[in-house]
Design a protein around this ligand. Sequence first.
Ligand code: ZN
Length: 437
Amino acid sequence: MRIFYRYLRRRIYRALHFLDVVGKYAIRTRLGAILICNLVHSYRPLICTNCLSNHGLRLNAERVAVPLALSCPHCGERDTKKLTHHLIQHLARQFFERGSMWRPKQGYGDAPLIAFNEMQPREGDYEGDESLRDDVALLSEKGRIRFFHYAPNLWMLGEVEPLKDLINPCTRMAVIDRVLEEYPERILPHDTILYRLRIDPRDPDDYLEYDSPPIKHVGDGRLDSKDLPVLYCSDDIDTCIHECRVTAEDDLYLAALIPRSNLRLLDLTVILPNQDGETEFESLDTAINMLFHAARHSYEISRDISRAANQAGFDGLLYPSFFNKVRTWQMPNETIYGRSLRRIPQFHEHIKAGTFSNVALFGRPIREDILKVVSVNRLVIHTVSYDFRFGPTPKQIDPNPTYMSQAAAPNIFTDFLSELSQICKKFFCKIRAGRFK
Ligand SMILES: [Zn+2]
């Protein structure tokens, strides 16, 4: 019976795919477009790209709209791409939600500043500035949606208890102990090929150039510190290129490495199972995910995790790439109705598909004969292409964006105070722990 259902499902998928391909060509002809729009009402055009006035919004619309050979019911244009109800919502999600994503500087997490829903069409509190007002009104009316200023759950902006405990040096070690306990061990088999990219090495043919950096350069990365050098590599070449932030002018060399024996890694890329009654505010999984998607201000914490994993006997760490979001168009902090997708098992495959991982190996694995250099090649960046979309500017989001300007404006005095309080906190923690030297 199961085989029959599988067969039937495969047939249905093929038939739908065939209809989809035929439909794409048929809508380009007037007869085909009339036929399809009468058969499938959701294919009826509501507006076209010509109806929109904001330049960036219009360029986004050009990418999502379809070449339907019917006149636009709003402006009457025929030779323009058209937007259906579904495509208007897709465009709104792309331009307004994704395009208004905001990340607090020196903070964690992110959240959109504008959102939309179908609850009370045309009754939102977001209108846009003068350059967007007509477009917002048109999309609201035709897409039967309302736009509103989004007030995110505070966990989305880093109000996560384990994360706050990690930020506080006094409570950090207790959370790191939980990390070592709750995240699984992953065995990296001895035949795995890992890649290590170097920019402008002094002697590209010297295999030791591909080991962890010399001591004078150690302590500046996400996981290495003066007492623990780390070799950063990946089983994916694209990840290496992204992580090294290369430019076309760099002289690049890529080493292929294999472990001489199986390696024990602490796997920080997994999605931890939900614990009973635990919310996003209490989730260790959310905390670690935000930590590895944060910028340089988070390095002090990840270096402590790295040291603890080394002391616990691991050979290294497997951790999520900071560049996941630019490689997959997947946000690290995606939500649905305010809930993190990471906490809904049905979305786990979707999240895993968008997670690229890095490998960090402790010590100097090439010198210590833990890794063998299989080959070294020059890497030439052949072409680079950027995939981009547009979003609203702060003024287009809110003509009086006090919260954004406060966050964006550098304030030397508050920065100094926050730095000073962190130093004092660390000082007293060390005294309390009897670790002050
Ligand atoms: Zn139009």
